[in-house]
Design a protein around this ligand. Structure first.
Ligand SMILES: Cc1cc2nc3c(=O)[nH]c(=O)nc-3n(C[C@H](O)[C@H](O)[C@H](O)COP(=O)(O)OP(=O)(O)OC[C@H]3O[C@@H](n4cnc5c(N)ncnc54)[C@H](O)[C@@H]3O)c2cc1C
Length: 405
């Protein structure tokens, strides 16, 4: 039998993790990992945290050490974009003209920053953050900047605000919502996070939005819809990402806010799989969802590798993510876009609490601020680990038990 060829497009967390898992699971055929970025696959979370603050080195953020790929006979093609997939012929075209044949294809193309369509967006000093190259430009700007505007206070905007404050830069954050992050964690928890930013000196401009960036060549001020004028030397916009679906959409795959995959990471195209931020996946507990979490990139990358090798087990990982802001650590497990009750263990104002999001008496998600341990860390038997079972089992629980300290 001819050697099997697995091609992976997207050389970041999900792609590199899948490649490594293929070898761990004993796959002996050819693996080719193709990525548009020039760097070895790396982890993005430090880009809004320690790496942005120049406390951490790039080499320490690699998904796998530099020598790993050659050792494991994983052929790396970096700094090259895949431009087309021909599913019937099982071919991938790369920019530069190379055509690559595969037996099975995994697409882990992640997401890119939403286009910043505000007048003045091309001025120098206006940044978005997704890649290490973006972060290096922001880092360079922080060396001269005294005042920054952060546009959008989602998790990336919140972490960037925190890091810039920690670097001693004045920060004004402009956010459309009345309570930042309330959509994800609810008003009470959003209020706690808002209070933390205020205490740390972030000026919050809420229920407003950026209408223009102004300056001659370089950004000097931000104008808001409600008429505020915010003087600044730099701007970081954290306005969300869009999934990189175009490659597979053009090949005929079904897409809808991401590439649609089933519980085994299979797209609608034969022998084409997908994992990570790019997928809208079918989950046995949560239904269809697309998440932008490191833990999902890692876990779904592993699951996709096993599916590529014929494993029929569904991907049923209970989603989780974290966010670090200043000295505070937030952990979240589960997935809830709506809830009818939020029960706290520990008072939110104490900044050390758990919040249980319930619907019809069933726990859908749990947030922990500075409490509950890390649900991912097997050495810590924390409260959040127990919460994973509650979410997985979907049995009604007495709210009094949840709130009892
Ligand atoms: C600044 C920052 C901070 C974050 N912090 C956290 C955190 O604290 N906690 C958390 O849970 N998550 C965090 N995340 C999210 C987490 O990093 C992502 O969920 C994760 O990177 C997803 O991995 P991925 O491999 O699916 O996609 P990506 O990391 O987006 O990688 C996709 C790769 O595919 C490449 N690619 C795209 N199209 C093509 C093509 N046509 N050909 C070849 N290559 C292509 C891209 O260049 C990219 O390298 C953060 C993200 C950012 C940007």
């Amino acid at each position: 039998m001819a050697r099997q060829r697995i091609v992976i497009v997207g050389a970041s967390l999900a792609g590199a993790t899948a490649a490594a898992t293929l070898r761990d699971e004993g796959f002996d055929g050819d693996i080719r990992l193709i990525g548009a970025e020039a760097q070895l696959p790396y982890n993005r979370p430090p880009l809004s945290k320690g790496y942005l603050r120049q406390q951490e080195r790039f080499e320490d953020q690699l998904v796998k050490p530099a020598g790993y790929y050659a050792e494991q006979r994983i052929q790396l093609t970096l700094g090259v974009r895949a431009t087309a997939v021909f599913a019937k012929q099982k071919l991938v075209d790369l920019e530069g003209g190379e055509r690559v044949a595969y037996d099975r294809l995994l697409v882990t193309t992640g997401g890119r920053n939403r286009t910043l369509s505000v007048p003045g967006a091309t001025l120098e000093g206006v940044f978005q953050l997704r890649t290490v190259a973006d972060c290096d430009r922001i880092r360079a700007a922080t060396r001269r900047a005294r005042r920054a505007v952060v546009m959008g206070l989602g998790f990336i905007g919140s972490e960037v605000s925190a890091s810039l404050r920690q670097l001693g830069i004045e920060v004004t954050a402009v956010e459309g919502a009345r309570v930042p992050l309330a959509r994800v964690v609810g008003e009470e928890v959003g209020q706690v996070l808002t209070a933390i930013h205020r205490e740390k000196g972030v000026e919050l401009v809420l229920e407003d939005s950026v209408s223009a960036f102004e300056g001659s060549g370089r950004v000097e001020r931000v104008r808001t819809k409600k008429g505020r004028v915010l003087e600044c030397d730099m701007v970081v916009a954290g306005i969300g990402i869009v999934p990189n679906i175009e490659l597979l959409a053009a090949a005929g795959a079904r897409v809808d806010n991401g590439v649609l995959v089933d519980e085994r990471c299979r797209t609608s195209l034969p022998d084409v799989f997908a994992a990570g931020d790019v997928t809208n996946h079918l989950h046995p507990i949560f239904g269809r969802l697309r998440v932008e979490h490191w833990n999902n990139g890692y876990q779904q990358g592993r699951a996709a590798a096993r599916s590529l090798l014929g494993d029929e087990r569904p991907y049923d990982y209970v989603h989780s993510f974290w966010s670090d802001q200043y000295e505070h650590s937030l952990q979240y497990v589960g997935f809830a876009t709506s809830w009818d009750r939020l029960v706290f263990r520990g008072r939110p104002e104490s900044r050390s609490f758990l919040g249980f999001y319930l619907e019809d008496g069933i726990v859908r998600a749990v947030v922990g601020l500075n409490r509950g341990g890390d649900p991912e860390d097997p050495t810590v038997d924390g409260e959040l680990k127990a919460a994973v079972s509650l979410i997985r089992d979907r049995v009604p629980v007495d709210p009094a038990t949840l709130s009892a300290d």
